[in-house]
Design a protein around this ligand. Structure first.
Ligand code: NDP
Length: 330
């Protein structure tokens, strides 16, 4: 069985040589444990942070050990009543073909109405992030204008649609390149889209949001946050979800140089981590399962085949190779 380990801590953009593939025996379950053959694994931007040796809300990956992350698989050996052989489960030991874990760390998932891999996207952590951000962190109210960056991605594509469901009057998204911006409008249903690679974010946003912005869902940071601060209306709210434009930075990055506008505009800028909003999971997953089953939530997946290509999937994610959720099929 194969697993992917981090062997050096990347400086700047990660390289193939920062990772290695290792061959290990297929594990045997101990009392209360299960062995899962992973069918799908997730690659997510937060994993870049775990590659650094810094204190954060999740501990760093350990060098020379298999990395971790969301995965869905099938139980192939079990000494746990909670998950007999054949059960499809969601768990946290991705980046490997076989996972050994305690039965109570494997969540049995219902795949009768939705695909197993949906639990890594809309019906999982990314979907809940979008929902928490727009209901609790920067709540959308009826009639609001909402701006979402990273709008063609896993979180952003869902955030735009949830903003509409919460009563937003106009939803604007940004993404990289004409193909993605077209999709943000035509497939993900945003009212307008901005191609940030064209530059002049501030001018483009002013044009797309002539009445200003009430809520900004920030996946990108940097110049996007600056442009949003310029466009926000009085009492505007920002959910600081991610800052992917700076995850590979090797030194300090400049903050938005117009932050003083937040005073006169009485802005609220609030960072959040989805794990702190786990109390919303039951409510959100029930709604999302229904939306998916009824075709009321558009989702897309970019699927990379095989554990051999998992590192490429991760590197591609950081460079925008994905539309919707980036996944590896093992
Ligand atoms: P995405 O599916 O959005 O994939 C990442 C995308 O980032 C790429 O597709 C690319 O799209 C975009 N990107 C990369 N570099 C840049 C750049 N320099 N400027 C603008 N866009 C860039 O990933 P997720 O949906 O999983 O995550 C989105 C954000 O949400 C991330 O910042 C992540 O860290 C954050 N997050 C935060 C959570 C929390 O609890 N706070 C939980 C989950 C995610 P493009 O082609 O458009 O450039």
């Amino acid at each position: 069985s194969r697993e992917i380990r981090l062997v050096t801590r990347p400086v700047g953009e990660p390289k193939h040589s920062d990772f290695e593939m290792a061959e290990v025996p297929v594990p045997e379950p101990g009392e209360g444990q299960v062995v899962v053959r992973n069918d799908w694994m997730s690659v997510d931007p937060y994993m870049r942070g775990r590659m650094n040796d810094v204190k954060s809300y999740v501990p760093p990956f350990r060098l020379g050990e298999a990395m971790e992350g969301g995965a869905v698989g099938t139980v192939v050996a079990s000494r746990s009543e909670k998950a007999p052989v054949g059960t499809v489960v969601l768990h946290g030991l991705g980046w490997r073909e076989h996972a050994l874990l305690d039965g109570d760390r494997a969540r049995v998932i219902d795949t009768t109405r939705v695909s197993p891999q949906a639990y890594l996207g809309a019906l999982g952590m990314p979907g809940l992030t979008a929902y928490a951000g727009l209901t609790e962190v920067a709540p959308v109210r009826e009639g609001d204008v909402v701006f979402v960056s990273g709008a063609a991605g896993a979180v952003g594509g869902i955030a735009g649609q949830i903003a509409k469901k919460l009563g937003a009057s106009r939803v604007i998204g940004s993404a990289g390149g004409p193909a993605k911006t077209a999709k943000v409008v035509d497939a993900f249903g945003f009212d307008a889209a901005i191609d940030y690679r064209e530059g002049d974010l501030e001018g483009q946003l002013a044009k797309a949001a002539p009445d200003g912005v009430d809520v900004y869902f920030d996946n990108v940071g940097g110049a996007h946050l600056r442009a949003a601060i310029a466009a926000l209306n009085t009492h505007g709210r920002v959910a600081l979800c991610g800052a992917i434009s700076q995850y590979n930075a090797t030194g300090p990055v400049p903050g938005p140089d117009n932050l003083a506008l937040a005073i006169g505009k009485r802005l609220t800028l609030r960072g959040f981590i989805v794990g702190d909003h786990a109390h919303l999971a039951g409510k959100y997953f029930t709604k999302a399962a229904e939306w998916l089953a009824n075709g009321d939530l558009y989702t897309e997946e970019t699927v990379v085949e095989g554990i051999d290509n998992a590192v490429d999937a991760f590197l591609g994610l950081l460079n925008g190779a994905n539309t919707g959720k980036m996944l590896v099929r093992l």
